[in-house]
Design a protein around this ligand. Structure first.
Ligand code: GLA
Length: 449
């Protein structure tokens, strides 16, 4: 009898410890705008309403951006009942008024808090008020919550975020849950059932080194991403002035290759034509938003020259060539070879992927024994594919156990489209020299004929 009671106690405990996120949200990476990168604490009702207006007049909404998110500094205190109080000067009509306005434009509304006792700007955090705050957000009409990690001291990250996830679920309004604990506790390993996206690094700054450094840190994370569960390399800096147009184009392309959430962080009311041409490149956005939900993997890493591959639905793929160096490069690109590449999680080759681990999206795929070496390619000839033989994937079947994939598609099955030139390539030769500016990308989509 004692044993039986213990068994039920264990079952009950594990049920209460499990997160209950809203499953049908963020099936593709969330897109929107967030106030932080440009405006920091200078947020107000007027700013948010103008951002909503500009989202529409600029064409951003038509391109797929939908969330308007107020970041830190909207809150000033808690009242005698513990209710969060928004800044009465900056939000004179309260938060529901702002949410209603955003909704009236056909957009969705997001807000920010922190799992600790204070936010990063030392405003009241959510600790100890999770269920109360979740009910308040539901009453405001919140659709998206970014939940930071400031003021958290010795809290356990997974339990803290699970608690808030459950609180949101209990409040009953479907809210995208954006976990922002900066990758400190490897959220990719546990956050897939807790939230819809999780930051993987510290904050981005508006400069090349910060952006490319964050990008590099995403290399081993592709297997954790999938519909409803995204790695978040932080919000976009496109249009904020600290990078060149070329660098911003690279920033945006890399984020789209990573199937990252696309949260613009610039002043939507005052966008230059260059900024618009980047944020509104619908062909690039379509690569980010592909319904298969696969994050790109690095196929060749020659340090300052890399090739990234993102598998798309309908047996299509996006290929991104990246010149990280400060010099121009001329690279020999073998389109026949690129056409034949297939990716499974992090690995490359001609075998079926290993079965999913623990219900997660596409699992990692270690280097496949017996896979023929891929012929060299331009500046990277003879290198082994990055990610091959990487430890950490769960017991894959041996090459003999796995069925062979059907023959790979070849170049004649595809039209190759240059995503920034907005043109199909006319290839006279299958290998072509491509000139690349410093800090630039080339993005090609292999479109099925
Ligand atoms: C942290 C987050 C940022 C931003 C600020 C606000 O640094 O990582 O994205 O939300 O807090 O204070």
């Amino acid at each position: 009898m004692k044993k039986l009671l213990l068994f039920f106690a264990v079952v009950l405990f594990s049920l209460s410890a499990a997160a209950q996120k809203f499953d049908q949200l963020a099936k593709t990476p969330p897109m929107g705008w967030n106030s932080w990168n440009k405006f920091h604490c200078d947020v107000s009702e007027a700013l948010i309403m103008k951002a909503a207006d500009a989202m529409i007049s600029s064409g951003m909404k038509d391109a797929g951006y939908e969330y308007i998110v107020i970041d830190d500094c909207w809150q000033v205190s808690r009242d005698e009942n513990g209710e969060i109080v928004c800044d009465p000067e900056r939000f004179p009509n309260g938060m529901k008024y702002v949410a209603d306005y955003v909704h009236s434009k056909g957009l969705k509304f997001g807000i920010y808090s922190s799992a600790g006792t204070v936010t990063c700007q030392r405003r009241p955090g959510g600790f100890g008020h999770e269920y109360q705050d979740a009910r308040t957000y539901a009453r405001y009409g919140v659709d998206y919550l970014k939940y930071d990690w400031c003021g958290s001291t010795t809290q356990d990250a997974k339990s803290s975020y699970t608690n808030m996830s459950n609180a949101l679920h209990a409040a009953g309004r479907p809210i995208v849950f954006s976990i922002c604990e900066w990758g400190s506790n490897k959220p990719w390993e546990w956050a897939g059932t807790v939230g819809h996206l999780w930051r993987t690094t510290g904050d981005i700054s508006d400069n090349w080194n910060s952006m490319i450094d964050i990008f590099e840190k995403q290399k081993d994370l592709s297997r954790y991403a999938g519909p409803g569960r995204w790695n978040d390399p932080d919000m976009l800096e496109v249009g904020n002035g600290g990078m060149t147009t070329e660098e911003y184009r690279t920033h945006f392309s890399l984020w789209c290759m990573l199937a990252s959430p696309l949260m613009a962080g610039n002043d939507l009311e005052n966008m230059t034509p260059e900024t618009k041409s980047i944020l509104l490149n619908k062909e690039m956005i379509a690569i980010d938003q592909d319904t298969l939900g696969r994050q790109a993997t690095c196929y060749r890493d020659n340090a300052d020259y890399q090739i990234w591959v993102k598998t798309l639905s309908n047996n299509e793929k996006a290929i991104c060539l990246l010149n990280k160096s400060d010099e121009k490069k001329s690279v020999l690109v073998d389109f026949e070879l690129l056409a034949g590449i297939r990716t499974f999680g992090r690995g490359f080759g001609g075998m079926m992927p290993a079965p999913p681990a623990g219900g997660a999206g596409m699992p990692g795929m270690p280097g496949i024994p017996g896979t023929p070496a891929v012929p060299g390619m331009g500046a990277t000839a003879g290198q082994r594919p990055q990610g091959a033989g990487t430890p950490g994937a769960t017991n894959p079947p041996s090459a003999q156990q796995r069925p062979r994939m059907p023959a790979p598609l070849t170049l004649k099955d595809y039209t190759v489209r240059d995503i920034w030139e907005h043109k199909d390539l006319t290839l006279k030769e299958t290998s072509v020299y491509v000139d690349m500016l410093p800090h630039s990308v080339k993005v090609y989509r292999f479109v099925r004929k």
